[in-house]
Design a protein around this ligand. Sequence first.
Ligand code: AMP
Ligand code: MG
Length: 321
Amino acid sequence: MKFPPWTSVSEAARLLKTGEVVAIPTETVYGLAGNAFEPKALAKIFAAKERPTFDPLIVHIADIAQLSDIAKDIPEAAYKLAEAYWPGPMTIILPKKDCIPDLCTSGLPSVAVRFPSHPVAQAIIKESGLPLAAPSANLFKHVSPTTAEHVAAQLADRIAGIVDGGPCTVGVESSIISLAGEKPAVLRPGAITPEMFAKVLGSVDVKDSTSKPGQPMAAPGQCDTHYRPQVPLYFGELPAGYKLPANTVRIAFGKQNGPIPATVNLSESGDMAEATANLYAFMHDLDKPEYGLILVDPIPNAGIGMALNDRLKRASVKALP
Ligand code: AMP
Ligand code: MG
């Protein structure tokens, strides 16, 4: 790996204006940003990540007023949600304006928009003067980065810059809500829970965010193998009598008993926000060839725990080694 291309807010903004791609910190995970209006910059994002172009990108803004530069027919509900949860870990899907290239939305007539709360992300968006398309700054299907070092390990020699804004405080990708259909629908669980959406909008649908074997995906990007470390990770009940491979490690949660002692603990006190902020960093740390299997304790499937269960199910091998 070459020396990582560490850069500053103002240099990042300059690079982005010239059509380069730069990794930036956000409160959810690090993003690989490029000018959302510029197909060549978008193509560089897909190429660096080896991401298939059927998986659309989220566009990041730094002011609610920027929403109308990107989306059209914006319903009142979008402004209510923006008022309640922006800046923050919420992405809204809305009908797209023609100025957003098809490459950004994988040909969909809708666009995903988010206003992140991370001050460094906001400074870069403002200084570039551009809406920034930014998927997570990792190779396709790999674990999302929650530190600048995670980004450097995967993408250092593929991108123009990396801005270090410290570890991500949320640690899991944004909640996605679609306002482009008949009824508001949560497409991906995250830190903004269905209950929080319902508080603002009345009722919301919650889509199953994984695809079913043999059935087409309800929305792009719902691959049921995603966020996977190289070492097999298993999230589920172990079959009776199963013999653990040598060098199995365990990501514990709270004070549960497991088949082996805890290697690391997401949160000893069972705090869900702490667990979320730690999960991807632990997955990166334990993704080493000397380990045979990563076991993860059960996590309550409520609130932000739904996001953890969703990501862990997709990270998990379906059959034990
Ligand atoms: P990320 O991988 O965090 O950048 O999030 C991108 C995900 O947002 C995609 O994989 C899709 O699941 C979702 N997404 C983005 N744009 C749209 C859209 N227009 N309609 C539905 N889902 C979208
Ligand atoms: Mg991603």
